[in-house]
Design a protein. Structure first.
Length: 297
């Protein structure tokens, strides 16, 4: 922006804000938008696949919401109410009304189930892809979970690769991305992605995993590279809020993400105060505000 543009733009921006326009509206008027957006997970704000997650996300000052596919248990597929046209339309209408984007669809049922061994695993992910298409959502979240921990169960790797190759074909046809979460270090997860060999299977990176295994978050992000990261779960396990977490330096992480050229959704899962973990508004308002202060300043 040249000097003349600055002299014109800054007073105009101030005037627009004084008139009651939101900062996002002002940014839109000047052709700019945030490189980073902040979301919360409906499951973690205790509103799993409930319409009430949208007004709550708005109250928390989030930009978006990761909507879950519902429970899995012993079912053939997810307990997914979004296949019902009337319910799905309510979700889409509420999303538009409150300007809370559905950034991703979560398959959190696989935290406790075996993607490598369940006979209907590929079908269940196909059901998620079908839901993503109906809701115009581009990213799905698929954790490998406890039973799919490749550090403890490396023998499951061939089955996981083969099944993710099948998922990749459907995802490519639908023009969506499935972001996977594993416990592998970045170099090994990168090799896993190469073995799958599809642009529709990427890493859904989780800060908490790096902290758990005492890995350098910044180096892990650099190793994966911007083209292999679908989204980021940008919290630790429960204990303290992000602003008090000595193991996660968000300012340094922002510099790293800027340097590698990544942009996208930062999705808040946990980092709840261990002394008051079920206080959704208190915990998530604090974490959303802190993430925004660093990434949207």
């Amino acid at each position: 922006m040249n000097k003349l543009s600055v002299h014109i733009a800054y007073p105009l921006i101030g005037f627009m804000l004084m008139c009651g326009l939101s900062l996002e509206t002002v940014r839109a008027k000047f052709g700019k938008s945030n490189k980073y957006k902040v979301a919360v997970v409906d499951l973690m704000i205790l509103k799993r696949q409930k319409i009430g997650a949208f007004p709550l996300a708005k109250e928390l000052d989030a930009d978006g919401l990761e909507v879950d596919m519902g429970g899995l248990g012993d079912r053939e597929t997810f307990d997914n109410k979004l296949v019902i046209d009337s319910i799905r339309e309510q979700f889409l209408e509420k999303s538009k009304e409150l300007n809370i984007e559905i950034c991703s669809i979560g398959m959190t049922g696989y935290f406790a189930q075996s993607f490598a061994q369940r006979p209907t695993a590929v079908k269940s992910v196909q059901d998620c892809i079908n839901t993503m298409k109906l809701m115009h959502v581009k990213v799905g979240f698929l954790p490998m979970g406890i039973q799919g921990d490749l550090l403890k169960n490396p023998e499951l790797r061939p089955a996981i690769v083969e099944r993710l190759k099948q998922v990749a074909k459907s995802a490519e046809e639908a023009r969506v991305v499935i972001g996977i979460e594993t416990d592998l270090p970045a170099k090994d997860e990168l090799q896993l992605l190469k073995d799958i060999g599809s642009p529709s299977i990427k890493s859904y990176f989780n800060f908490a995993n790096a902290v758990k295994y005492k890995r350098d978050i910044n180096q892990e992000l650099k190793t994966l590279g911007k083209d292999n990261i679908a989204m980021i779960h940008c919290t630790d396990e429960d204990g303290v809020w992000l602003q008090n977490d000595m193991q996660i330096d968000l300012k340094k992480i922002k510099t790293t993400l800027d340097d590698i050229g990544w942009s996208g959704w930062l999705v808040i899962e946990r980092s709840r105060d261990a002394s008051d973990p079920r206080n959704v508004k208190k915990n998530f308002t604090a974490n959303v505000a802190y993430v925004k202060s660093v990434f949207q300043n």
